[in-house]
Design a protein around this ligand. Structure first.
Ligand SMILES: [Zn+2]
Length: 297
């Protein structure tokens, strides 16, 4: 079981809206990570048949991906290794780029390699062809050396990385790998995969922090799945409530907020969402504010 949480994907937006909220950016990224995990890792590398993979919207900030058979006997440590692998953690780039100091050669990954090696080479060649190597954290000076060689992409196709002089190879490989990991890693919560005693929310139950339905998503529907519509179960009757503080959010195609310290009429589903987040209270529960003490004359 893999847990992908929109707050844990390194998205900049989380700094703005805080960890109690989500937005289209981080939730789209969570879905991308779930799709990457299923297509590029579980199906392609682990050869898990797609009918043995289940995916659920968590009801709050992300997705749960379950492998339903074949891995029951895999124990804690091996589970952690699997989670580390899909996240790209603990991979020794010294083993990916092998430097032969005597012959002054560097043999590195090629696109036809499996796993992370193939990912690194494919991504590098892609950025090289677009002349955007700087996006991988590579310095302008080094990038220029690659651009100047018209046969650069062909060389790397063959795993041949030694023909461009790189001043600090260790730093170059480390930077490159971190950039590929950020783009291609799945950002699963390693603790959840590792610990088989963790309680996982059942699909078709209502999440207490959102009032949204945790639900099963047919694997072929994931790409077009829209939690802001599909997971909404309350109706659109207008309810008045006092919003203490709310970020902007979108449900059923409507964008609400931000609100702060105000009485608002909202569809029931949006009202429940805010009440569950403890961002609003019912008007009858608003304590009458104490009159401000008279200022001394
Ligand atoms: Zn966000």
């Amino acid at each position: 079981m893999f847990d992908i949480d929109a707050n844990e994907l390194g998205c900049e937006c989380v700094k703005q809206h805080g960890s109690d909220w989500v937005c289209d950016v981080c939730m789209s990224r969570a879905k991308e990570c779930a799709m990457k995990l299923i297509d590029e890792f579980l199906a392609k590398e682990f050869k898990v048949p797609k009918d043995e993979i289940e995916i659920n919207f968590s009801g709050n900030r992300g997705y749960h991906v379950h492998v339903t058979s074949g891995y029951e006997r895999v124990r804690g440590y091996a589970r952690k290794e699997i989670a580390d692998y899909v996240n790209g953690n603990g991979i020794e780039y010294d083993n990916i780029f092998v430097e032969d100091k005597v012959r002054r050669k560097v043999v590195g990954p090629k696109p036809s390699d499996g796993g992370w090696k193939g990912r690194i080479a494919t991504m590098f060649i892609h950025q090289l062809k677009n002349r955007t190597l700087e996006r991988l954290g590579i310095t302008k000076a080094t990038a220029r050396k690659f651009y100047d060689r018209t046969d650069a992409a062909d060389k790397i196709e063959g795993g041949n990385w030694e023909w461009v002089h790189i001043t600090d190879k260790k730093k170059f490989f480390a930077t490159l790998f971190e950039a590929v990991k950020k783009e291609k890693g799945c950002f699963v919560d390693e603790g959840v995969t590792f610990d088989t005693s963790k309680l996982i929310r059942m699909p078709d139950s209502i999440h207490g922090k959102t009032g949204l339905l945790a639900q099963h998503i047919p694997i072929n529907d994931l790409a077009k799945y829209d939690w802001t519509r599909k997971a909404v179960i309350f109706n659109a009757n207008i309810v008045e409530l006092h919003v203490v503080k709310s970020q902007r959010f979108t449900l059923m195609g409507k964008t609400f907020g931000p609100y702060e310290g105000q009485l608002v009429g909202l569809p029931e589903y949006a009202a429940v969402y805010l009440l569950c987040k403890k961002a609003a209270i019912l008007p009858e529960n608003v304590q009458k504010a104490e009159p401000a003490p008279q200022a001394p004359v």
